[in-house]
Design a protein around this ligand. Structure first.
Ligand code: AMP
Ligand code: MG
Length: 396
């Protein structure tokens, strides 16, 4: 039977994602969260007509001319009365433009003479005045539902007086890495052992995607150990395992998951690296079996798991989002599988060029760590020549 394509696998996953319920989140804790409802401005922004410069508030029609300075307005301290004809008020950036004034003359272009100020040129009404509501009007949506809150969105929400937002609950995620050969980094290696690399990597990736991650658990290739760790992991919203999904006698993950009631949706996808990936569900829990080679785990995470974690949070554009670029060196295509080639992205001017890193084997995580992009080399015959138009994913 033909393997699922990358796009088909993604559709299978996304069709099984139910966005998580929403909760109220204080704005200072909302970085990286996904908005569940539109957040609306509590006030006009700016809330009043304010000065864009340090200078003098005037009536445009009084200029040019010599005007009497009748008040000094600081930010947060409006003038006690309106401005009258022939008058100016000194005003700081952010100060309330007084009633009666319609323009601000920057301090740099006036001459102060005692209690008066001389303005030598005509100033058009509206000059250097930020109108009330010029950025937003009270009740306008500041940020739409489904948006991941970046620093700029948090700033906009704060400016609009929004103190708390409604966000989807963060998915709880569990990570189980499998392999009798795995040792904790920092311990001493016995013959045949390697350091466990996927736990910390997947936990960090899950956390960056917005999940609350339990400390990763590492088990040997033993049925009971698998059963205990997987049973616990299945209480999370997302269970991510690494290793043990191939066809070897010690590959136990799918067998034990089936015994624990996981309904397998697919096993194996036409991607390289990452072909043996499995995906299933138990109740509302999404269960990803990533292959053990660290680069395979990383690539499958980027393609499938991150997308699911963002979709669980109700993100309107969970990805993966490819950008267009140009290949800097040729790539031989795989006839059966879409390949995700680790590459260095260089942007000069408007050109994004992608240089594949040396060392593309799926155990070469140190080589992959030097990459900041995954180039999609679509399955097919022959090679993609240098200069070919390609699509790539940014590795964050
Ligand atoms: P598996 O998918 O279990 O057959 O593992 C494939 C390869 O990845 C083997 O060489 C494993 O030793 C290696 N591997 C599996 N899990 C990890 C891990 N957590 N960290 C580093 N290497 C791993
Ligand atoms: Mg293994």
């Amino acid at each position: 039977m033909a393997l699922l394509t990358f796009e088909e696998a993604l559709r299978e996953i996304l069709s099984r994602v139910q966005p998580l319920p929403a909760e109220t989140v204080p704005l200072p804790e909302a970085a990286g969260r996904v908005l569940a409802d539109d957040a609306r401005a509590a006030t006009d922004l700016p809330p009043f007509a304010s000065s864009a410069m340090d200078g003098f508030a005037v009536r445009g029609d009084d200029t040019p001319g010599m005007l009497q300075v009748v008040a000094r307005i600081a930010a947060g301290r409006p003038a006690a009365r309106a401005l009258r004809a022939g008058e100016a008020m000194a005003i700081a950036t952010g100060g309330v433009v007084p009633a009666g004034a319609d323009a601000v003359v920057p301090i740099e272009v006036v001459a102060e003479r005692g209690d008066s100020v001389e303005i030598s040129e005509r100033v058009e009404p509206g000059t250097h005045v930020r109108p009330r509501g010029g950025d937003l009007v009270a009740g306008d949506p500041v940020v739409k539902a489904g948006t991941v809150l970046r620093p700029a969105e948090l700033g906009a929400l704060a400016a609009a007086g929004v103190g708390e937002v409604v966000c989807s609950r963060r998915p709880r995620a569990a990570v189980v890495t499998t392999g009798t050969e795995l040792r904790r980094p920092g311990d001493a290696l016995e013959p045949g052992q390697i350091f466990e690399a996927n736990g910390v990597m997947l936990a960090a990736a899950l956390s960056a995607a917005g999940a609350l991650v339990e400390p990763p658990v590492s088990v040997s290739d033993d049925e009971r150990e698998h059963r205990d760790a997987l049973e616990r992991g299945l209480t999370a919203d997302v269970l991510v395992t690494s290793g043990g999904v191939s066809v070897g006698p010690h590959d136990l993950v799918r067998k034990i998951e089936t015994e624990l009631g996981v309904e397998e949706v697919f096993w194996r996808v036409a991607v390289k690296p990452g072909k043996p990936i499995s995906f299933g569900v138990r109740g509302d829990t999404l269960v990803f079996g990533l292959p053990g080679n660290p680069v395979s785990s990383l690539v499958c995470f980027e393609l499938f798991v991150r997308t699911a974690v963002l979709a669980l949070q109700g993100a309107c554009d969970p990805g993966p989002s490819f950008a267009p670029g140009e290949l800097a060196a040729p790539i031989r295509r795989n006839p059966e599988r879409d390949e995700f080639v680790r590459a260095r992205l260089r942007v000069d001017g408007t050109r994004a060029t992608l240089e594949p890193v040396v060392g593309q084997e799926s155990h070469m995580i140190a080589r992959a760590a030097a990459a900041n992009a995954l180039v999609l080399a679509p399955r097919g015959e022959g090679e993609l020549a240098a200069g070919s138009a390609v699509r790539y994913l940014t590795l964050r």
